[in-house]
Structure formats: C-alpha cells, structure tokens
Ligand binder design. Structure first.
Ligand code: PLP
Length: 419
C-alpha cells in the first residue's frame, strides 16, 4: 500500500487559496529532494552515477534548481528544455540532449552548452557534424526491438520510432569514431511507468551486453551506461512503491558479472527518471463548481484536461481526495469532470468518493510529472499556476496562471481588441 496524503491541512490550504485561487498544481520540495536522494542511494555503488532529470516531466526552472542542488543533471529533448537547464545553471556534461527528429538549432545549442549528445539515428551523425559540429561526448540510443516487451504507455520497441537497431549500433559507433569522436556512452529508453523491477534488470543486461560487444567489435570503451527513465510510481493506493534499492543492487550484480570482467568496470551508471522524482510530489488542487445528475452523477471542477491530460490520454488513474473529508465515509460514486468540450475530459469515472459539496477543494494526486507539463490550450483553456511548497512550509509561486492576454498575444491580422 502507498498512502495517498496531501501535505496541507484544509485550513492552511484555504489560506493559500486566498492568495492563489484554484486551480493550481502544488509541489513538495521535501518530497522531490527525498526522491532524488533515494535514487542516488540505490546507485551509490557506481562512482559518478547521476540521474539526468527528464525536464519534460516538470519543466520549471525552480524545480530544476532543486534537483540540481541534489546532484542531478538534466535530460532535454527540445531547445526550450536546453534553455531551461541553462537558466537553472546546469553546465556542460550535466546536460544531456536526447531528442529525435532533431532540428539543427537544438544540436547547435547543445554544442554551445558542451552537453552530451545522444543521437537517435545513424544519419544524425552527418547532420550534427554539418549543422553544429561534433561534441566531446556522444552516445546513441539503442532500440533493442523484440528483446523488450514494453507497455501501454511506451509501446513495443519494435514499433517505436526511437533508436537504432543492434546492427546499426556497431556501424554508428564505428563511424563516429572514424569521424574523430573520442568519448562515448550508451543509451536506451524502453520503459515508461514500469513497475516490474525485473524490466530494469533486463534493460541493464541488454545494455551491458551491448557495451561489451561494442568494445570487442568497434574497440570503444563506453564511459557511461544510461538505462533511461521510466521508473514507475504507485498511482493507485493499493500499489507498492518500487524498491529502487533492490533494483540498484540487482543492476550492481549484473555490472559485476558482465562489465567488470570485460574491462569496463570504470563505466558509470546513468538514469533519466522524471516521473519517479516529481510525480508523487505534486497535486492538482481544484474547486468543485457544479454537481450534475443525469444517467450518472457528475462533479464538475474548475480545472480540466488542459491541466492534467493523463486520465483522458492514457485512461490513467489519479487518486482523488477532498480536503477536510479525508475520514468521511466513501459512499458516493461520481464521474469527476473538467469543462473542455471533449467527452473524455474526466479525471475519474465511477470513482467512489465522499459526498462532494459545491465549493469543496478536490485534490488530484501524483500530478508532479507529465501533469502541468502536458498542458495545452485547446478550447481556449488556460494553463493554471504552479506553486512550490517549501521545506519551511512557505509557499512560492513558480508559474503564474496563464491569462487571456497571454492566450491572445500571438494573434495577428485582426484589428480589434479582444479584451
Ligand atoms: C520521457 C523521457 C524520460 C523520462 O521518463 P519518466 O517516465 O518520466 O521517467 C527519460 N528519457 C527520455 C528519452 C524520455 O523521452
């Protein structure tokens, strides 16, 4: 069981709402720091281990500063993300660019930053050399095809647009070496919200075997093995958190067995988890503004899928509680909806909840990763604010809510004023 708690009392929450009206995401600095430390501990056997926090999970520079203070790097997949990393004072090889179908300006910025560049295809090598130059450290993203089975979020590697096949890997490293690249790593990302520990052991096995084969066949010695992100979190209260220490220990055993005898014992481990770092540290706080009874009972919130798309997009479960009603009887069944003109704009379907009154503060859990980050403006729905709950209990606004002015700002060719 994972306990689904919210770090604020109803009274404290109401006080905060006086300054920052709902809806907003609120993130716990304490929980974020704890998650980075837990992962670091799990891989403490690997000198130089680093988690490259996946910026796309929570692209806010205040959050990036916090993970940076805890020793993380970043994993970036767009120009905006590279700029966010730079703004949060990440430098050089703390920054990793893992993109695909990559435009030249991303490569150029990554080269300017001295970032590690992770290539998604062999053809990107020439494109990179022509458009930006070659980096100091390079890796390629391995797509192991049928060796891994995938899940609903990430799909099957064979069907995925990412990465190079096994044969292409040898060709790509050889070509990069011939072009003059001196330092190498190895990357893959084949898991998403993966909750089976053995999946990470399988990934590590595949990667260590590949590192050994690269040494034998191409004569390169990889400096790091990046097994990607994808560590799952318990979205449902009945689920257990992943035992990252056991995963780290399992990977250590495989490292000893495969890498050390091959003379690759100096390679360091790297991960790029986003969800496991900030996911459980965030909550979307909304207010119930409507109750509707038709064939079903509905509670309508002042937020919508523009603020949290995962339930609509993946049918994902997010736990819901009501502030001040944590111990009330769970004797109602509701669909909890947002206001977007899409029938799938439902945060929960047939969810057992306490009786909800208009004005109640409805708290959606585990929104700290791929929550606000997946925001969009369809239907003219606006991004909500993001707040940081500091370790001392104070609250800091780290993104103001988008306004209609922001939304209309890019319109051209229209003489009138909209607001
Ligand atoms: C999304 C992504 C991640 C982070 O995934 P999580 O599920 O948040 O851990 C890491 N690496 C790459 C390349 C990604 O696309």
């Amino acid at each position: 069981m994972s306990e689904k708690t919210f770090p604020l009392s109803k009274e404290r929450l109401e006080e905060i709402i006086k300054t920052y009206p709902t809806p907003f995401h609120i993130y716990s600095e304490k929980k974020i720091r704890e998650s980075v430390r837990a992962l670091k501990k799990a891989f403490s056997w690997s000198p130089g281990y680093r988690n490259q926090f996946a910026v796309k999970a929570l692209p806010n520079p205040r959050i990036l500063q916090i993970v940076h203070e805890e020793g993380s790097g970043t994993d970036n997949s767009s120009l905006a993300e590279l700029l966010l990393s730079e703004a949060a004072d990440f430098r050089g090889e703390e920054i990793l660019l893992t993109s695909n179908d990559t435009p030249a300006d991303e490569f150029q910025k990554a080269i300017e930053l001295g970032a590690i560049i992770n290539l998604d295809d062999i053809s990107h090598l020439d494109y990179l050399a022509e458009n930006a130059g070659l980096p100091e450290v390079l890796c390629f993203r391995y797509n192991p095809g049928d060796l891994v089975d995938g899940n609903d979020i990430i799909g099957k590697p064979r069907e995925a647009k990412y990465g190079l096949t096994r044969d292409q890997m040898f060709e790509a490293y050889k070509r990069a070496k011939d072009m003059g690249v001196k330092r190498f790593g190895l990357h893959t990302m084949v898991a998403s919200n993966e909750r089976r520990p053995e999946a990470f052991l399988l990934t590590a096995t595949i990667m260590f075997d590949m590192a050994v084969a690269l040494k034998e066949r191409v004569g390169i010695q990889v400096e790091f093995i990046n097994i990607g992100g994808g560590l799952g979190i318990p979205y449902r209260p009945e689920e257990e958190p992943l035992d990252v220490v056991a995963i780290g220990e399992g990977i250590r055993g495989l490292f000893q067995e495969k890498m050390v005898p091959a003379g690759l014992g100096s390679a360091r481990m790297m991960t790029e988890s986003g969800r496991a770092i900030t996911g459980p540290a965030g909550w979307l706080v909304s207010t119930a503004i409507h109750e509707k009874k038709t064939y079903k009972d509905y509670i309508g919130l002042d937020s919508c899928m523009a603020n949290l798309m995962r339930p609509a997009m993946y049918g994902a479960y997010h736990h819901i509680t009501v502030a001040g009603k944590e111990h009330a009887p769970i004797d109602h069944v509701y669909d909890v909806t947002g206001s977007l003109c899409e029938n799938n704009d439902k945060f929960a379907i047939d969810r057992r909840l306490p009786k909800i009154a208009i004005g109640d503060r409805v708290i959606i859990h585990d929104t700290g990763a791929h929550g606000s980050a997946m925001g969009f403006n369809y239907n003219g729905k606006l991004w909500c604010a993001e707040l940081l709950l500091r370790e001392d209990g104070s609250v800091e606004l780290i993104r103001r809510a988008q306004t209609l002015d922001d939304y209309f700002a890019t319109l051209r060719g229209f003489a009138g004023s909209i607001i």
